[in-house]
Write a protein that binds this ligand. Structure first.
Ligand SMILES: Nc1ncnc2c1ncn2[C@@H]1O[C@H](COP(=O)(O)OP(=O)(O)OP(=O)(O)O)[C@@H](O)[C@H]1O
Ligand SMILES: [Mg+2]
Length: 422
């Protein structure tokens, strides 16, 4: 029998918690049989690797493995997806089609989010589980299949049964063996281990040194409730790896990334301050990226105009040395000298028009495009003002902290405050 350790390696499962080990052990034990398995556990705990392990350790491993997300298929088509349909069974059924239960004959079907199955489909599923029989939609001819079912759910099945959303007989048929994956908060020993693994993966992915948590941050990591479990931990490791400049992460910084939702068992604020880099809203980050891009675009436009007007590229290079360095490689000093006006639409010289000017259809189109661009810039400016205001509010008017959060120098921030009269 393959060891838990080698399974973990093969399926990239991190963790040493005894409850996780028990779940994997159960999967290994049940794999060679044809017993139906129900994998339970909160969202993001890692249920999806269990059916893969079971399939790959079973005698079905060379046959098909089909994963079906029952929650993602519309109610009207799920029967046809699972069991197939006859030509003419419903409008649009122009051909006879095989369903997953026919295609996966001899293999395994993973029914993810099984609690979402409509009641009519549950009846069909019960029949397959009981004697391997099913009917295509629109057909009265019984077909046979030999499929092993592994199902998963993150909802409380007893509640669903009580509310008559799930058939009790089907539940017992599906859960001959139940494998429960514990929530991350109950796997204390694994939390930091997983974080370190993800941090190292993202460090490599984004070609940056790996972030490291200080003692306070580790304590916070262990205390947090992790309502989204490993999926959430992974996302947070990625966000911090990308957004934080420093690689040593303090408790306060980490706190800024942990949503203070009902899922948290933390007090609202730690150390009385929020992380400097807490962009509470992803949109804000996008706006910031847009401002930067807009600024670069205007700089490029300016440079192109200079080159067009002035045939001497050497001269243009000398005269625009700062601009060129800013676009093609800027250091802090150049960010310092970057003027807030770079966000404005560049004022191009007016064309000299001698006689009344009637634009051609083509020119009119461009003119229109320019107007749109101007409008976009205006609304971008509004967003920038909003961004600055929010950052100043968040940092209680402290310009240094706000500037660092916004990724600009204090001087630039000061200029913007004056420019926008904030
Ligand atoms: N032990 C683990 N080691 C490494 N990564 C893991 C581990 N468990 C889960 N993951 C990762 O966490 C993420 C979420 O896991 P998965 O998709 O299996 O969650 P789930 O339990 O199916 O959640 P849901 O109920 O929301 O579908 C995946 O990216 C998965 O690779
Ligand atoms: Mg899942």
């Amino acid at each position: 029998m393959e060891s838990i350790q080698s399974i973990k390696q093969r399926f990239e499962i991190i963790g040493q918690d005894p409850k996780l080990n028990r779940a994997l052990e159960k999967a290994i034990q049940v794999a060679p049989t044809d017993i139906s398995v129900l994998v339970t556990g909160e969202s993001g705990v890692g249920k999806e690797s269990i059916p893969k392990i079971i399939h790959s350790l079973s005698h079905r491993k060379h046959a098909k493995y089909i994963a079906v997300n029952c929650g993602a298929i519309p109610e009207g088509t799920i029967d046809s997806e699972l069991f197939g349909h006859e030509k003419g069974a419903f409008t649009g059924a122009t051909q006879t089609r095989s369903g997953y239960f026919e295609v996966a004959d001899g293999g395994t079907i993973f029914l993810d989010e099984v609690g979402e199955l409509p009641l009519t489909t549950q009846v069909r599923l019960l029949r397959v589980l009981e004697n391997g029989e099913f009917l295509k939609v629109g057909s009265s001819q019984v077909q046979k299949t030999d499929v092993r079912i592994v199902a998963a759910t993150n909802v409380n099945m007893f509640e669903a049964i009580k509310k008559e959303k799930f058939r009790e007989d089907l539940y017992y048929r599906l859960s001959t063996v139940e494998i429960n994956i514990p929530p991350l908060r109950d796997r204390q020993g694994d939390i930091h281990l997983l974080f370190r693994k993800f941090a190292s993966d993202f460090g490599q992915k984004y070609k940056m040194p790996t972030i490291r948590l200080d003692e306070n941050a580790i304590a916070l990591l262990l205390k947090y409730r992790w309502p989204g479990n490993i999926r959430q931990l992974r996302n947070i490791a990625e966000q911090i790896s990308v957004l934080e400049e420093g690689r040593a992460i303090s408790g306060a910084t980490l706190h800024g990334y942990l949503p203070n939702s009902q899922g948290s068992n933390l007090p609202a604020v730690v150390n009385g301050s929020k992380s400097e880099s807490d962009f509470s809203n992803e949109r804000e980050i996008l706006y910031k990226v847009l401002f930067d891009m807009k600024g670069d675009l205007n700089d490029l436009k300016k440079l192109t105009m200079e080159l067009l007007k002035n045939n001497d590229s050497q001269k243009v290079q000398e005269e625009n040395e700062n601009l060129i360095r800013k676009i093609y490689g800027e250091d802090d000093e150049e960010i310092e000298t970057r003027d807030a006006s770079s966000l404005n639409v560049l004022q191009l010289p007016e064309p000299t028009i001698e006689k009344p000017y009637v634009p051609t259809a083509q020119e009119d189109k461009y003119h229109f495009a320019e107007e749109i661009e101007e409008e976009e810039t205006l609304s971008l400016q509004e967003k920038e003002i909003e961004l600055i205001k929010k950052s100043l509010e968040r940092n209680k008017g402290k310009r240094k902290a706000a500037a660092s959060e916004l990724g600009i120098s204090e001087r630039t921030l000061y200029r913007k405050i004056k420019q926008y009269d904030l």
